[in-house]
Ligand binder design. Structure first.
Ligand code: PEP
Length: 250
């Protein structure tokens, strides 16, 4: 049976003092959950977040990384750098990075390999635009993104990866995919994983839904058969709201 994994993506929000305040309020609210709880914070908050989640059940992730180990890449941060301070997860291929920072399926693939090489667990984002959905292309687009992202990965790698299915038209727009739409696309991703690897891997891999998840819709989404929790943007910035999402099953 797959566990539910709920990750917050703070994007470019929160200063260190806000991070510390957030964790102090949030940690007691989620301490009894059996769901996995992750906060993906800006680089400048990572160290503070890692210090302040000690002794709690909250895991910390970054939101991006470079695929090279080191070198002349001004402004970039490597997987090893993230790992060295205790970061456990890293979001890779978020649609905002694909859209604004020229992230491609190829760079996503390189980043996943680099993260895995140092023991960082990737949260790999895939998703279609509204136009692609309206043209009936969702399955083709999303499974193609998965195929390219996972190129060259072997069976053992899969258990360390989370996929986040995030329809681009639902991110930050207040428009959520219906629970049926989200479940159907996630089931299609599982079918693709079964084809690429095996049914066992398809049944075991964690696949989240992301796109305007809030306390009021988390339960109906996360209770669907193929949806294993969520990647949550805006609603993860408020301790009370995010704790209700994490505790959707209480
Ligand atoms: C996200 O940033 O991954 C996201 C899903 O954002 P929001 O929940 O705000 O739509």
């Amino acid at each position: 049976m797959r566990k539910k994994v709920i990750a917050g993506n703070w994007k470019m929000n929160m200063l260190p003092n806000e991070t510390i305040n957030f964790i102090e309020q949030f940690a007691p609210l989620v301490k009894d959950t059996k769901n996995e709880v992750i906060l993906c914070v800006p680089f400048t908050d990572l160290f503070y977040a890692l210090l302040h989640v000690q002794g709690t059940n909250i895991k910390i992730g970054a939101q991006n990384m470079h695929w090279e180990e080191k070198g002349a890449y001004t402004g970039e941060v490597s997987a090893q750098m993230l790992k060295s301070i205790g970061t456990e997860y890293v979001i890779i291929g978020h649609s905002e990075r694909r859209q604004y920072f020229a992230e491609t399926d190829e760079t996503v693939n390189k980043k996943i390999k680099s993260a895995l090489a140092v023991g960082l667990k990737p949260i790999v984002c895939v998703g279609e635009t509204l136009e692609q959905r309206e043209n009936g292309k969702t399955e083709e687009i999303v499974t193609n993104q998965v195929e390219k992202a996972f190129e060259g990965l072997n069976l053992e790698d899969l258990s360390k990866i989370i996929i986040a299915y995030e329809p681009i038209w639902a991110i930050g727009t207040g428009k959520t995919a219906t629970k049926e739409e989200a479940n159907e696309t996630i089931a299609q991703i599982r079918k693709k994983i079964a084809k690429m690897y095996s049914q066992k891997e398809a049944d075991e891999i964690i696949i989240q839904y992301g796109g305007s998840v809030k306390a009021s819709n988390a339960k109906e989404l996360f209770e669907m058969s193929d949806i294993d929790g969520g990647l949550v943007g805006g609603a993860s910035l408020k301790p009370d709201e995010f704790s209700k999402i994490v505790n959707f099953d209480k």
